[in-house]
Design a protein around this ligand. Structure first.
Ligand SMILES: [Zn+2]
Length: 255
């Protein structure tokens, strides 16, 4: 019991308060190819396709699953919803989905929800990456494209560490998020690159394909300036041979 004579002295114990990072870490969809299977990540996406739910037979019971396609500023992926999460995503809406698991099927990474996953509707995340559709790769067999690069649309940008939206460079050192307006030091953010390349396969077939950092670095030195990267790709006279996935995104470069 405390009374007037009780002498309260400061505790000699020191409690160390760890720096807690309250900002969730979001993974850009273009990074999926480099993430190991079963790793748990957070994503911030917009839904572009929702398929009808289907029943699948698991070990002891039937489960309901639903395939969807989701996009962010860096890429697109298939995502599988299970049971209670079926019908939770709407086409055109944006969501933050925490604790999803990276999976792989037929050399393609995709995302599966787990019972721990949390879906949260958020305001529109803005412009997202969609696959170019000059000629669908499904019409080409196999998905290997060989030819000369005839034209190019190359962009570089930074992503907001808070909301995963494209940032605009506002000075030589600082970039600002289009959406949440927060500013960051450029070096803190990862630079994303998208090259949409048209490859002339023969006299009447031009195929538009997309490269992100992981495959682009096999063709050019990413430390070069934007102009030098464009020049290197456009002045290349040798044909390039690449493997693409069903979204016309480069998955391998065969030099
Ligand atoms: Zn932001």
């Amino acid at each position: 019991m405390l009374n007037n004579k009780t002498n309260i002295s400061p505790s000699p114990k020191k409690f160390k308060v760890e720096d807690v990072d309250l900002t969730p870490n979001f993974t850009g969809l273009s990074q999926l190819a480099t993430i190991s299977i079963n790793q748990v990540i957070n994503i911030s996406i917009k839904v572009s396709k929702v398929e009808e739910p289907t029943q699948v037979l698991a070990k002891t019971k039937t489960l309901t699953k639903q395939d969807c396609i989701v996009n962010d500023a860096t890429g697109a992926t298939r995502i599988v919803l299970w049971e209670a999460n079926v019908n939770k995503l709407e086409v055109g809406s944006s969501y933050r989905i925490m604790d999803v698991r990276v999976k792989e099927y037929s050399r393609q990474k995709y995302i599966s929800l787990t019972p721990e996953s949390i879906i949260e509707a958020i305001s529109d995340i803005g412009e997202v990456q969609t696959a170019p559709t000059l000629l669908n790769v499904d019409e080409i067999s196999p998905n290997i494209i060989e030819g000369e690069i005839v034209s190019l649309n190359y962009t570089e940008y930074y992503l907001c560490p808070i909301c995963n939206t494209k940032m605009v460079q506002v000075s030589s050192l600082i970039s600002q998020c289009d959406k949440c307006q927060s500013k960051s030091r450029l070096s803190l953010n990862k630079k994303y690159r998208i090259a949409k390349v048209q490859i002339k396969q023969d006299s009447n077939t031009i195929i538009s394909v997309t490269l992100f950092n992981n495959t682009l670095q096999e063709l050019v030195d990413l430390n070069m300036t934007k102009e030098s990267i464009e020049e290197t790709l456009l002045m290349r006279t040798d044909p390039i041979k690449v493997t693409v996935n069903s979204n016309n995104i480069f998955v391998a470069v065969d030099n």
